[in-house]
Ligand binder design. Structure first.
Ligand SMILES: Cc1cc2nc3c(=O)[nH]c(=O)nc-3n(C[C@H](O)[C@H](O)[C@H](O)COP(=O)(O)OP(=O)(O)OC[C@H]3O[C@@H](n4cnc5c(N)ncnc54)[C@H](O)[C@@H]3O)c2cc1C
Length: 252
């Protein structure tokens, strides 16, 4: 049984793109219909495989942005200039196109709605994608687990899911969002552009005594810096889970 489950996750499935939507001027969410999708937990990812007509094939990992919802799976891709895979996914792929994926993958960087401890999410750039899946899973389970999100991004124009985050944080269910802009800030913003530092973490993160479950996701350097600062501030390293969006995959 366990073997069948693992084999199912390792099997490539041909999904169909049912919709695409722009999240910012660059990043795009792709909605997929995946026949036979076994369901997933918030925080898991998939591998995506592209194959050229000459047979050359390459794969990359992408976090699942959506909460479990039958055979529907959403990914959000921030294209890297000169990237091999991400510009195709974010700029070329269209409704009706097939896309090979396998998963869900990952059993550590996950949040389950039955967990009751406060949750601290810390995102750098597109690292917000799996954290958004957690926020969506919380909303769809209808639980009021206290959640805080500290979201570091280049500027107001690069915030993913802004309207939805505003809606969830205004609905009184206990989600608190703090933005940290690294290059450009909105007019009248109190904090000048800066990277996340110890002072901001002390302000925006649950106090150590609350023993929050912490999820940190983003570029490797961001994740390592934030996790180090949290441990220095007294957070228990066993409660800190990290996901690094470094280069993934390669030719297969
Ligand atoms: C578990 C996991 C989940 C991920 N989820 C997402 C997601 O939800 N959304 C998303 O947009 N991306 C995500 N990524 C990153 C993604 O897998 C690819 O690495 C990214 O899209 C670049 O692929 P590419 O083929 O376009 O670039 P490549 O052709 O692989 O690389 C182009 C250049 O950019 C550098 N580079 C590659 N990846 C990165 C990166 N992530 N950060 C900085 N420089 C890089 C390379 O070293 C190279 O110099 C995730 C990565 C992992 C490991």
């Amino acid at each position: 049984m366990a073997r069948a489950t693992v084999l199912g996750r390792l099997t490539w499935r041909v999904a169909t793109v049912t919709a695409v939507r722009d999240e910012t001027s660059g990043a795009r969410t792709i909605t997929l219909d995946v026949p036979g999708w076994p369901g997933h937990l918030a925080g898991q990812h998939v591998d995506v495989r592209l194959t050229a007509p000459d047979g050359y094939s390459t794969q990359r990992s992408y976090s699942i942005a959506s909460a479990a919802d039958g055979e529907r799976v959403e990914l959000t891709v921030e294209p890297l200039p000169d990237g091999e895979v991400s510009p195709y996914l974010a700029q070329v792929l269209s409704p009706g196109d097939p896309l090979e994926i396998r998963g869900p993958i990952g059993g550590w960087f996950v949040w389950r709605p039955e967990a009751s401890e406060p949750v601290q999410l810390v995102a750098g750039g597109s690292g917000v994608v799996p954290l958004m899946a957690m926020i969506r899973a919380r909303a769809s389970a209808g639980v009021g687990t206290p959640f805080r999100l500290l979201y570091s991004t280049r500027g107001p124009g690069s915030v993913l899911y802004r309207a939805e985050l505003e809606r969830h944080s205004a609905d009184g269910s206990g989600l608190d969002v703090t933005y940290a802009y690294t290059r450009e800030v909105p007019d009248g913003w109190a904090r000048p552009p800066a990277r996340v530092d110890a002072a901001l973490l002390a302000e925006a993160v649950w106090p150590v005594e609350r023993k929050p479950a912490v999820f940190v996701c983003g570029p490797t350097g961001f994740v390592e810096t934030v996790a180090g600062l949290l441990v220095s501030a007294g957070h228990d390293p066993r409660l800190i889970r990290t996901e690094r969006f470094g280069p993934s995959g390669g030719p297969s």
